[in-house]
Ligand binder design. Structure first.
Ligand SMILES: [Zn+2]
Length: 405
């Protein structure tokens, strides 16, 4: 299982300058390699590989003043290679892709290392703290806000410049997690909506966070100010930094919210039934796209699944077809538009919040597909079969690994 831990770095002025200089060298390599690929393609119609380019850049590195690590340089070449892989695969499909673009220094933000080759963690005995050694830069102070997980083997390191400063990402391999024993907590179905984030079959409602809307308003204002600022001045630089910091802030708070919410869910319930949502549909629809992005449902499912493994909670994904149209009480079809927020059954006179009705159906589908029949949950097989449930495929009982950053 792979995980990434992110720690903030506190480089001194001189160290920051050295890091910036290495980024500039990385950018120069990226653009030079891209130019060569472009020329080679124009002349021969063929592709230049990273391996072929390495011969040239190995010599290039020997000039004085180059501080870029050899394996980092190779990683930069691989990035160019990756951009061209995408370019050629689109050509093959008969599309007319543009060439991969050159990168400005503002777009070139990170350097990669193989752990132990130019970058590693070192322990400062005297002051009892961890430092991040970077070749040609020095030992950087870092804030180790949480310890590394036990049994972790660090494989790769990424140094990244964000709006708020420098960060180190440690990509490590962990022993595969042991599936915790079932926690014996109640089962619940969850309906993920656009108006309300989550509605659970027991009536719990969890709203889309309002702070995101507020932050997005702030962002829009900041972007407007940036657009009005005169080009080339200090004012524009300040405004751009503000926009970048807001983007970072939104990403951080959103991630924080997901972690807290999913933690609560897996420690409150033993089985979570969710609908399997086709996210591409929502993000490509202009009218729904903002809300879908806000909710970032894909991230939600991923975080939920990996947390569930540790907590002994099972996540079941079911086919969402008709879950909002059927009555969870009697199974009858009760057609309604998206605008109708209350489910009212003319057959059994069940009156329920629309999303809660859907959540109950989702739970019933999951229990049926898995052939689990706990006491206290009333599932009428004859009726539920009419929901056109397809049995869960093996892969849908998700226990995915997680990439933290
Ligand atoms: Zn009914």
């Amino acid at each position: 299982m792979n995980r990434t831990y992110e720690y903030r770095l506190y480089p001194r002025k001189r160290e920051r300058a050295a890091l910036e200089e290495m980024l500039a060298q990385g950018q120069a390599v990226y653009n030079a390699a891209l130019q060569e690929c472009k020329n080679y393609y124009t002349a021969t119609g063929k592709r230049r590989t990273a391996l072929a380019q390495w011969d040239y850049f190995r010599e290039w590195r020997k000039q004085p003043g180059i501080t870029l690590n050899a394996s980092s340089l190779q990683q930069v070449l691989r990035r160019v290679d990756k951009a061209y892989t995408a370019f050629f695969s689109r050509l093959k499909k008969g599309e007319k892709p543009g060439h991969p673009r050159f990168k400005s220094i503002a777009q070139f933000k990170s350097l990669e290392y193989t752990y132990g080759d130019g970058c590693k963690l070192v322990y400062d005995e005297a002051r009892q703290r961890m430092l991040c050694y970077v070749q040609n830069v020095g030992d950087l102070k870092l804030k180790q806000h949480r310890p590394l997980p036990e049994g972790a083997v660090i494989k790769h390191v990424i140094l990244k410049r964000k709006a708020s400063g420098w960060y180190v990402f440690l990509q490590m391999q962990l022993p595969d997690p042991k599936l915790a024993a079932p926690n014996g907590l109640p089962a619940v179905g969850a309906d993920m909506g656009l108006l309300r984030l989550l509605t659970l079959s027991d009536g719990t409602q969890i709203d889309n966070p309002r702070w995101l809307r507020h932050s997005l308003d702030d962002l829009r204002r900041a972007q407007r100010r940036l657009a009005r600022a005169q080009k080339g001045g200090q004012n524009r630089k300040d405004k751009r930094l503000l926009v970048a910091k807001l983007h970072e802030h939104i990403a951080n708070t959103r991630r924080d919210f997901w972690h807290k919410l999913t933690y609560w869910l897996v420690h409150t319930y033993g089985l979570l039934a969710l609908e399997h949502v086709e996210l591409a549909f929502m993000t490509h629809n202009r009218h729904l796209s903002l809300s879908a992005h806000d909710a970032a449902l894909g991230v939600f499912q991923e975080v939920l699944c990996y947390k569930a493994v540790d907590a002994g909670c099972t996540v079941a994904l079911v086919n969402p077809a008709y879950t909002s149209q059927h009555c969870s009480g009697c199974g009858a079809m009760v057609k309604k538009d998206l605008s109708v927020r209350v489910h009212q059954c003319p057959h059994c006179s069940l009156t329920l919040d629309r999303d809660e009705n859907a959540a109950r159906n989702i739970l019933a589908l999951a229990l049926m597909s898995a052939r689990i029949e706990p006491s206290g949950v009333n599932v009428d097989h004859e009726v539920m079969r009419s929901l056109r449930s397809s049995p869960l495929k093996r892969g849908e009982w998700s226990q995915r690994t997680h990439h933290d950053a």
